[in-house]
Design a protein around this ligand. Structure first.
Ligand SMILES: NC(=O)c1ccc[n+]([C@@H]2O[C@H](COP(=O)([O-])OP(=O)(O)OC[C@H]3O[C@@H](n4cnc5c(N)ncnc54)[C@H](OP(=O)(O)O)[C@@H]3O)[C@@H](O)[C@H]2O)c1
Length: 167
């Protein structure tokens, strides 16, 4: 089973502020949808709340320490070990060999040692932030693909779809 992260990261490591995304790149949403479709997604409670609803076609596994938290259409777990078990079982049931870690900062940090692949959208601009992606140790990760796209010269920054695999 492959454990993959998917994240969009600014030049300065920023991934979010005030529990919101920092940019609007519709192509990155499409990429996220294409990469995650049919695969279980593990996310922190804050990221789930920033998305606001379960996304169709993929099981959302939400990690929270709050025993009272629930939401229709999502699987709630209270520690990461339970998240792995649930995600692996769901992946087997759906005949996929990949589980997705979709954030946010706390979950990326804790799940990093288990990840084999990172779908990493480089956003070629810096932003103010309160949530960041851990710096990648290039001794452990090798870039296996890169596709760069121009911005619009205004709101939309340039970005690159990069894939890293653990060496
Ligand atoms: N750019 C991107 O690709 C991207 C992707 C995803 C998210 N984001 C951004 O990231 C930010 C959110 O990240 P965040 O770090 O603040 O929050 P987060 O990782 O989404 O969620 C944190 C919450 O997860 C639960 N949690 C964390 N570790 C746990 C553990 N070991 N066991 C049980 N529960 C655990 C806790 O929930 P409780 O407090 O309920 O106990 C904790 O408050 C937002 O700004 C969002 O927009 C960006």
């Amino acid at each position: 089973m492959n454990v993959s992260m998917i994240v969009a990261v600014a030049e300065n490591g920023a991934i979010g502020k005030d529990n919101k995304m920092l940019w609007h790149i519709p192509e990155d949403f499409k990429y996220f949808k294409a990469v995650t479709m049919g695969k279980p997604m593990i996310m922190g409670r804050k990221t789930f709340e920033s998305i606001g609803k379960p996304l169709p076609g993929r099981l959302s596994i939400v990690v929270t320490r709050d025993e009272n938290w629930s939401c229709d259409g999502v699987l709630v777990v209270h520690d990461l070990e339970s998240a792995w078990s649930a995600a692996f079982a769901e992946a087997r049931a759906k005949n996929t060999d990949e589980v997705m870690i979709v954030g946010g900062a706390q979950i990326y940090q804790q799940a990093m040692p288990k990840a084999d692949r990172i779908y990493y959208t480089e956003v070629h601009r810096s932003y103010d932030y309160d949530a960041a992606f851990p710096a990648l140790d290039k001794a452990l990760w090798q870039e296996v693909s890169r596709e760069t796209h121009a911005g619009d010269g205004a709101e939309k920054p340039a970005y690159s779809f990069v894939v890293f695999e653990r060496k």
